[in-house]
Write a protein that binds this ligand. Structure first.
Ligand code: NSS
Ligand code: MG
Length: 429
């Protein structure tokens, strides 16, 4: 009967057929070990010369890396196998021979692998990272559906910018100027006034000339927005959400985390609540450690890493100076020079995974911010209407999917956390 590698455990002792690719192999005069993959998992097929037809063993010896084939064999339990099972092969049927597959089992340079990303995805490591990404996506929908949020899809083509105008991708919308969305937030605020608690999950674009291990040009963001919820309510949703995601990956991606050699002890205690420090306290911590940073400056990666090292969970840094944050953030009523915002910094040097804030709900103050930030009233008239008609306290945040995948999977660079990364000078494949 036909099955998949993920399902062989249901057929121990039975003869099954799987469609597969040959990931790797080793053989001697009497036996061949075929490392097979079918997209659902990996399994070893053992071909014993004395137990199969002569042409089967001949084919096993000649099979080339990444050739596709049907494999028929008996499923056996084997504690030494990562999947717990092995196939004793009875027959092989070649589908398509792969000649000179470029990504051989030896080490390859990053640029070579990136140029072959469409093939590199087939490797065991990339398979594991994509399965962790998938679990984070699944757990995200689970969390927000179970907590009364409605999925709302903001537009990708927009006429305004939420996060400043320095990293916009410009395009034409017929004879009008348009931009690829940097953040769906402003639209999510409108949606929150209609549906209470909403979340988006989609691609966002930043024409940032940053060549770092945390920056992508196109990345996926989850942007919840909640009417009637303030700064502290916002942080609670974030820590509950991130804890749910981490614990879901620990529960459902055990094999993948082993394949990635991830130290899971560092994830096991990621449960709410998370520590909270203010920007002032963070500046003081850094200055005490000798970092050259002054109040009013933004944190760079080394600063975030130095702060995160003091905690064994993600840490919120709250109440940044208004001067270095976005126009829409609500000032602290007790101290107008700082705003009710928080960045969530992941441990182990993975940096900022969430940016969020309580939003200005006062029409006059928002108008004042438009002027200070030279924003066109015309492009934002619709956004201002949210303060004209039944304005309410509301807050929200944006979690970067790829940075979160990097942290949870223990992956150094975000280019390995998205199927086809868009980086500075990288639009291929
Ligand atoms: N709805 C909101 O309140 C979100 C808000 N408008 C916003 O876009 N905040 S953010 O710019 O900090 O970006 C949010 C997160 O988005 C991720 N992010 C932000 N920029 C990038 C790049 N360039 N590459 C990868 N990931 C990125 C990172 O995790 C940030 O913490
Ligand atoms: Mg940010």
């Amino acid at each position: 009967m036909k099955t998949t590698i993920a399902e062989v455990g249901k057929h121990v002792g039975q003869t099954v057929t799987i469609g597969a690719w040959l990931a790797n192999k080793r053989s001697s005069g009497k036996i061949a070990f075929l490392q097979l993959r079918d997209g659902t998992g990996f399994i070893q097929g053992v071909v014993v010369k004395a137990e199969v037809e002569e042409e089967v063993f001949k084919l096993a010896k000649e099979l080339t890396q990444e050739s596709s084939l049907f494999v028929t064999g008996t499923v056996r339990e084997d504690d030494r196998a990562p999947s717990g099972y092995e196939l004793t092969v009875q027959s092989l049927e070649l589908i398509h021979e792969a000649k000179d597959y470029p990504i051989t089992p030896k080490e390859h340079g990053t640029e070579f692998l990136m140029d072959h990303r469409h093939l590199w995805l087939r490797s065991k490591r990339q398979h594991a990272i994509m399965k962790v990404r998938n679990e984070i996506i699944r757990a995200t929908y689970e969390f927000f559906n179970e907590n009364g949020f409605t999925k709302v899809d903001p537009p990708i083509l927009t006429g305004s910018s939420a996060e400043g105008t320095t990293n916009l991708f410009h395009t034409k919308y017929f004879d009008e100027d348009a931009y690829l969305s940097q953040s769906g937030q402003l639209y999510m605020e409108a949606a929150a006034m209609a549906l209470g608690k909403v979340f988006s999950f989609g691609p966002t674009f930043r024409a940032e000339k940053s060549k770092t291990r945390r920056h992508l040009i196109e990345f996926w963001m989850i942007e919840p927005e909640m009417a009637f919820m303030d700064h502290e309510d916002n942080l609670k949703v974030q820590e509950d959400y991130v804890s749910h995601v981490v614990q879901s990956v620990l529960k459902n991606c055990k094999q993948e985390l082993i394949a990635l050699e991830r130290d899971v002890a560092k994830l096991e205690n990621v449960v709410a609540p998370f520590p909270r420090i203010t920007y002032d306290e963070a500046i003081e911590m850094l200055q005490k450690e000798g970092h050259e940073i002054k109040w009013g400056e933004d944190f760079g990666a080394p600063h975030e890493t130095a702060i995160a090292e003091k905690f064994d969970k993600p840490v919120f840094i709250t109440h940044y100076p208004a001067e270095i944050k976005a126009f829409y953030m609500k000032p602290d009523p007790n101290r107008e020079e700082v705003v009710l915002c928080a960045d969530l910094i992941a441990p182990e040097g993975y940096g900022e995974i969430i940016g969020g804030s309580q939003r200005i709900d006062d029409e006059e103050l928002l108008n004042q911010r438009y002027e200070e930030h030279n924003l066109s009233q015309e492009a934002y008239q619709w956004y201002m209407d949210l303060r004209k008609y039944g304005s309410v306290p509301h807050s929200g945040f944006g979690l970067g999917l790829e940075r979160t995948v990097a942290w949870i999977s223990g992956t150094e660079h975000v280019r390995e956390t998205i199927p086809f990364p868009r980086l500075l000078n990288r639009l291929y494949p």
